[in-house]
Design a binder for this molecule. Structure first.
Ligand SMILES: CCCCCCCCCCCCCCCC(=O)SCCNC(=O)CCNC(=O)[C@H](O)C(C)(C)COP(=O)(O)OP(=O)(O)OC[C@H]1O[C@@H](n2cnc3c(N)ncnc32)[C@H](O)[C@@H]1OP(=O)(O)O
Length: 172
């Protein structure tokens, strides 16, 4: 089978990582219906429920990128921009923004949809770091990223800066 060479491979510290993959090859789109059990006494979704959906959506994305088990190492600041109510639909989209040796930053955008009006709006966004685990349960190398679009390149550069800040602020 003929394969064209990746347009661009961004690798950190000159490390050659095997079989770089495109951002689009691991993107995840996940849809949830807000049930009564997801809501608080105000009728809006618990923040923790949305956090759980974000974690699962991002975990699937990270595992799809590296075809290994991954664990959540950290979740950056998460702002809830607008409430989401019972009966509404929540759409989550996850993409790998950045990879380094054993870790990946995954960005998740959460949009809510009011099924009665068809109106959709941004409700939350988050950046999560996942670490791939090898057979001994230790961190193991992940494939690099092939950056195809201008958005891929912009997100990669922004994620690189966030990683530096994140590691400076790490508690241990
Ligand atoms: C096979 C396909 C199946 C597909 C099927 C799909 C099904 C999909 C099901 C969903 C499945 C749900 C999965 C949910 C995911 C959890 O809920 S996991 C549970 C919550 N998380 C945990 O329990 C993690 C606990 N922490 C740990 O195990 C360790 O601290 C870690 C994260 C593995 C790191 O270990 P460590 O010894 O500190 O490793 P170290 O070598 O120092 O660092 C390794 C990398 O981690 C980075 N790192 C370490 N700490 C941090 C931090 N705080 N912040 C950022 N980066 C960090 C380092 O920078 C380094 O990155 P690189 O420079 O190598 O890229």
């Amino acid at each position: 089978m003929w394969r064209h060479r990746p347009a661009l491979c961004f690798l950190e510290r000159g490390c050659i990582l095997a079989a770089s993959k495109t951002v689009s090859s691991s993107q995840v789109v996940m849809t949830q219906l807000v049930l009564p059990s997801h809501t608080n006494s105000l009728g809006s979704v618990f923040g923790g429920t949305i956090m759980s959906w974000i974690d699962i959506c991002a975990a699937i994305c990270s595992q799809r990128h590296c075809n290994k088990e991954t664990v959540t190492a950290s979740i950056d600041r998460l702002d809830f921009v607008a409430p989401v109510y019972k009966g509404w639909v929540v759409n989550l989209k996850a993409s790998v923004n950045y990879t380094s040796r054993t870790s990946m930053e995954v960005g998740v955008r959460v949009d809510a949809e009011n099924p009665k009006t068809g109106e959709t709006f941004h409700t939350a966004s988050a950046y999560l770091t996942f670490v791939a685990l090898g057979s001994m349960g230790k961190p193991t190398e992940v494939p690099g990223l092939v950056l195809e679009s201008d958005d891929d390149k912009r997100r990669f550069e922004q994620a690189k800066k966030r990683r530096e800040i994140r590691l400076q602020n790490k508690t241990r």
